[in-house]
Design a protein around this ligand. Structure first.
Ligand code: FAD
Length: 398
């Protein structure tokens, strides 16, 4: 991608990340003169570190149910028009080797840099130009005159640029050390577009219980539930709370003040197992230590001991204890915050955006794509799939 060769463009995209590059290439292939601006020194910083450096670039089974959005229908059109198979086909055309891991997740074999190189190549082939290290100072709507139609004027550290159509692909607040910013929200506010209050997502949850740090490092498969949704994935106990795929997943749903339920023995019918112990005249605590990592079993037992031998306890008391074990209710005190969050939940309210073109319904020629919108995917490649699909939908429309 060359640096900006002109001051006037058909389309300017702010943000050279996943959605911005996808949109720019799509519009460029349609013959539009496209400029991408980014304040970072390099494109695609989040892609580079994603998926542990291997970029979980999409998922084999993407459905609208994998997304959290106040308007659950919003994602349907873009996802249907650019399904994960289309992105897989693009990856294959560029000769990128990949592997499928559990739950349909697709990762590159040689590293996320290949996805960035692919997007840059697509932008090059489509004639897209790029201006990095470009801070946006001001965005103004330019009303139509007798000589020109309406559009936007951008005052930047690299000078003034004019464009007919402006695409905001600035992502959201997660990972500020990778140059995440609130510019997208500020532009939305400037044009009176509503915002669903953002919060960190796909992030660890903090738990304030005495001696919790003793559990740090324990990992096991568990089912976590919140607000009627459940995921069975690996769970990691940290010094400050819970992490690992199960906790990250539930963090997209959880909100401050609400509780979550942990089933530490998802494969087991704990009530039957405990009543069998009673019949066999066996002890409860050794059984718990045989089923769970010992440190976790001891911690749980300290919180919820059941005095007396099972044989001396009523079936009801045993049943209640076993049920509680599979529904350990915890109220997180917070999250690990935007510094560690993979995504931002909330964002620009999709009620104000066309689901076909991503254009703002009340502000002509202004478009929003990717994570800046109130669309958050589950863990597993769904967030990139939204970036690709919304980028293509917009690139086809601008
Ligand atoms: C650690 C981590 C791992 C992840 N792993 C995965 C994964 O494996 N699979 C998956 O599906 N998702 C993953 N994600 C989420 C995924 O990276 C995002 O959902 C996706 O990148 C969003 O695309 P986007 O285009 O909306 O924003 P981004 O890709 O974040 O791009 C936004 C661009 O806008 C630029 N920008 C921001 N503010 C300004 C400004 N003020 N001026 C100019 N430019 C600006 C930024 O520099 C950036 O280049 C991960 C995220 C993180 C943080």
């Amino acid at each position: 991608m060359a640096t900006a060769s002109s001051r006037f463009w058909d389309v300017i995209v702010i943000g050279a990340g996943a959605s911005g590059m996808m949109c720019a290439a799509t519009a460029g292939y349609r013959g539009k003169r496209v400029l991408v601006l980014d304040h970072a020194p390099k494109v695609g910083a989040k892609i580079r570190i994603s998926g542990g450096g291997k970029c979980n670039f999409t998922n084999r089974q993407v459905t609208p149910a994998n997304y959290h959005c106040q308007n659950p229908h919003f994602v349907k059109s873009a996802l249907a028009r650019y399904p994960s198979s289309a992105f897989i086909e693009l990856v294959e055309r560029h000769g990128i080797d990949y592997e499928e891991r559990e739950h349909g997740q697709l990762f590159t074999l040689k590293g996320a840099g290949e996805i960035i190189a692919m997007l840059r190549t697509e932008c090059d082939w489509a004639g897209v130009e790029l201006q990095l290290n470009c801070s946006i100072h001001q965005v103004a709507f330019r009303p139509a005159t007798e000589a020109t139609g309406d559009g936007y004027v951008l005052h930047t550290s690299q000078g003034v640029f004019g464009t007919d159509k402006l695409v905001i692909a600035t992502g959201a607040l997660s990972f500020p050390k990778l140059k995440a910013s609130d510019l997208g929200y500020r532009i939305a506010k400037q044009f009176d577009l509503p915002i669903i209050t953002p919060r960190p997502g796909l992030v660890g949850l903090t738990i304030d219980l005495p001696n919790w740090s003793e559990l740090a490092g324990i990992a096991l498969p568990a089912t976590l539930s919140c607000e009627g949704r459940s995921w069975t994935r690996n769970l990691l106990f940290t010094h400050t709370g819970l992490s690992g795929p199960a906790a990250l997943q539930i963090s997209n749903i959880w909100q401050l003040g609400r509780s979550i339920q942990l089933n530490l023995l998802p494969e087991l019918d704990a009530v039957s197992a405990v009543l069998t112990l009673k019949a066999q005249n066996k002890e409860l605590r050794p059984w718990l230590r045989s089923r769970l990592p010992k440190r976790l079993a001891d911690y749980y037992w300290q919180l919820y001991p059941l005095d007396g031998k099972p044989a001396e306890l009523s079936d009801d008391a045993l049943r209640q204890w076993a049920q509680a074990l599979q529904q350990w209710t915890l109220t997180p005190s917070g999250t690990d915050g935007y510094d560690k969050a993979e995504v931002t939940v909330g964002g620009i309210d999709t009620q104000a955006i066309s689901s076909k073109s991503m254009e703002a319904l009340t502000q002509p020629r202004l478009y929003f794509i990717g994570e800046v919108l109130d669309v958050t995917g589950d863990l597993g490649g769904f967030n990139f799939q939204w970036a690709w699909a919304s980028g293509v939908a917009c690139g086809m429309a601008v």
